[in-house]
Structure formats: structure tokens, C-alpha cells
Design a protein. Sequence first.
Length: 266
Amino acid sequence: MQAHMNHLTKVKGVTIPNLGVEPWLTSTPSSSAKGRILINRTGRYRNPFFKWAEVVKKYRHKLLFIGLHHEWREFCGHFGYVEYLPTSNMLEVAQIIAGCDLFIGNQSCCNAVAEGLKKPIIQETSTIFPDCVWVRVGAQHVYDGVMTLPGFDGEGDTKILAYDPVERITQISTVQTPPGGWQFPGCQKSMSFDQIFGFVKRLPEFLGKTKDEIRIAIVAYTLHRIPDWQDNNKGKFNRAERALSNSAISPVTKSNYHSLTGRTSL
């Protein structure tokens, strides 16, 4: 953003005292987007870890797709039907985004407008080119699939993990002890999986359960607590994590990262 501001000053002789914390765009909210969630997904800067299917599952009847017609058709083909709202120019796009409750999209011009308006956003962040990241309250930059889908109309929030814990069971070694030891609600913490297994199997709700069912429950709880534990894909996220740590005006630290992003770890 500073590069854009420098260019504006050099070429036009205009200096805007705005470093991106406050909105730098304004637009009259469109009534057609009132109470709706806007989505936009272009052909570039996609992320295979982003859980679009979960977005559609939670918000289907509140969703409005903006963008090109072929982009909408492709989206529906992959993730299910959502309503399409045609737009003829970027002014209409800005008005619609201004009137929505939430914007979800990849690194597109629509995302740039939503950021300029400082709307609540959930961004499908590229792991290769994470160059549209601006850490702030109300913005989630999702590079590894972890996100929180806020609830509306009295509905609760939905937290999405990077992976389905059950699918990852075969990848998890219970010989390794997770950070903080093995834990499970209602049980004493232990450094031994066999010991936590013994605690869990005596819980009333696990009486009669198979060994596999108990193991799945313990590992699933561990992955809920530490989503990236034993994650072989962690190296793919280095660029995005560096972008997150460098993008805010105030340095992002482990102590303020959660309050800024809603994520549990940096």
C-alpha cells in the first residue's frame, strides 16, 4: 500500500494521510446485499486447502456470488449451487460489498474493494503469492484451511480445522507426545498415550467402545487442540505465515496474534 501512496504523491502530487488502518474507500450500500454473504472466486490465486464446500454448507441460502458468469458456473459445478448477482462495473461491486454482512473470496479485485471498505472478510489466501494480506480485526487470511465461519441470525460460529481429524488418524503417531501432553476432557493429563487411553476407556460414554473408536476420539481431540501437529504440509505455509507476521502496522506477536486474527497459533 505504501508503494501505491508513494506513486500517488509522485505522479499526482497528492498525499493521503492514510496508512490503511481506516477505510480508504467509501460507497453507498446496496439494498440487494442486505443480510447476505458475498462470495467471489477468480481463476488465479486459489488455495486447495480452503474449505469452500463448508462455506456453502453453512451459508448456502445467504450466499450471493459476484464476478464473471463463467466463474460462477465453475464454482457451482465444484461446490454446489449458489445464487448469482450480475454486476456491470466496479462501482456496483463496491456498493454491493458495502451492503453485505461478510465477504469471502480469493485475492481478487473484489477482495481489494472489501479490504478498502474494511468489511469483515475471509480470504482464500494463496500459499504461493500471499501478497494481499493485511492483518486486522475482522479479517481472516486462510492459507491452511483453518477458519471460523461466523454465525448469523442466532446461529453459532463454526470452526473449520485444517483437516478432518478422522481422515488424519492413520497419519498420526501416538508414540510422539503432543505439546502439553496427552489430554482429554474429564481425564488426568499424561505423557503416555497408553495411560490416557486407559483413562478414556473408563469414562461412562466410552464403555463398550472399540479400541479404534477410543483412539480416534483421543487423536481427534488432540488435533482440535493442536491443528498442525505432525502436519507434513507445514512447510507449504511458510510464505503465508511470513506474510501474516509482516503485514500489520503494529508488529504481529504471539501475544496479539489471536486477538487480531482469531487463529490459535503463529
